[in-house]
Design a protein around this ligand. Sequence first.
Ligand code: B12
Length: 461
Amino acid sequence: MPVMPIGACMVAEACERAGHRVTLLDLMFVRQPHEAVRKAILLSRPDVVGLSVRNIDNNDMGATEFFLDDLKSVVDTVREHCGSPVILGGAALAVMPEEILRFCEVSCAVLGDGETVFPLLLARMAQGKTYSDIPGIAFLDRDRFTSTPCPGQGGTTECGAPGYHRWVNVPAYSSQLATAPLQTKLGCAFQCVYCTYRKIEGNGHRLADPASVAEAVTRLAASGLRDIELVDSVFNVPYEHALGVCEALAKIKHGARLQSLELNPRSFDDELVSAMERAGFAGMGLTVESASDRVLEGLRKGFTTREVHKAAEVMTRHSLPCAWIFLLGGPGETRETVRKTLKFAETAARPQDVVFFNIGIRIYPGTELESIARRQGILTASPDQMLRPVFYVSPDVDASWMMDEVRRSMSRHMNFINTDSIGLSILPRVHRVAHLLGVRPPLWKHTRFIRRSLRMMGMDV
Ligand code: B12
């Protein structure tokens, strides 16, 4: 599913509010990106070029794709056609700033909230002043990397719904069943060993006022963007905030279908799911990861199988479609724990659910998983060699065995999928056909039907 560039739109809008002339070039549906970049530069003659970088790679151990060679070539094209400074920003930069700056041979990146930091940076540039002291910036100065701490680790935030129509080709996204992203909070307080969310958004919550979330949803739905995805790191923590958001949404007639794929089995109960149903949710995802206490502890998920089983029990009393998300191969994983998790998935999933298995975990520099992998002798690469993805698999289980087990389970359960499924080249066509037939997101609730149909057409899915 193409993801609408919420970050880039927010930054563009903030710069315009600060009085700048802004052009946003979205390369999502562009067939010849270099030609598009060349034309946009010649037309708009920018003083500064900001590049929004979301993904480093596809996080898929089986069929790894690395995206930054393409980024580097876009940087080169920009430089070929104008001498203006290039500034990088986006989630990828917050994850591995030094490595990306070195790789792209760019000297400055924004790590903090771009809508605040980038206008400050532009103001300093316009005045010809230095900007190395602005909080939330990274620099590469002749081989020396420095960064300033990001501001905003607590307090409140605004619910920023950019005017997507103003910046991107909304019909092109809608025709592929894309959802419009919206954030109700920033920050993540969990300590999962592999995760970068704290590095991107900080570990203190910044919560948006529920009434402002309801207003933003209404505004987006009124503009025709009725499928809205709440892209918080974890939607249901803090629990009271999630409930507050649902209550504010339930009070108004917004006409939107909501989703969030990032719910945690902790802080999860009937009251919350009922509130989500009243609020207009059409789907939700539970990042359960495993049904083994040993693995959940190894991943430092902050919950146990008690909460996992309770979540499954809660879902039996509701009809809201659920995406169950599992992560196999973490510290402590064995053949026995994998079997336990598969068995749990087989009993928990209802017909309208989808079950997604990810095998192997992307290791990011600075995470606890990196230290574990080094201690266990699994990882010898230096941080700069980790930009091209490296993955962790527990030394007590074989990756190919796990892949076979998951495939075996998938052959019995048509609503089970793995990373191969979400990388299928036919998926964009499936999205378009579904859109033409009037199917509304989430499409994954029809996984059984889609997999069966594709198999009947002779595809090995
Ligand atoms: C929600 C989410 C999803 C949802 C998206 C739903 C949707 N409709 O948008 C789903 C589940 C579909 C998803 C899928 C994937 N995701 Co995801 N996702 C996220 C998450 C949690 C939030 C992203 C978000 O929208 N943030 C809110 C916006 C406002 O923030 P932002 O984009 O970062 O923008 C801000 C700043 O970065 C900055 N900024 C942005 N652009 C620019 C530009 C300039 C010039 C400047 C100065 C600043 C700037 O300012 C913005 C405003 O403050 C992040 C982790 C995180 N906490 O950030 C991972 C994350 C972005 N995802 C990631 C990945 C890998 C993926 C997948 C490849 C996973 C997979 N195997 O399928 C896919 C790719 C999908 C795609 N087509 O691109 C990685 C990317 C890093 C990497 N390793 O490559 C992240 C960082 C998680 C991680 N592993 O650390 N994802």
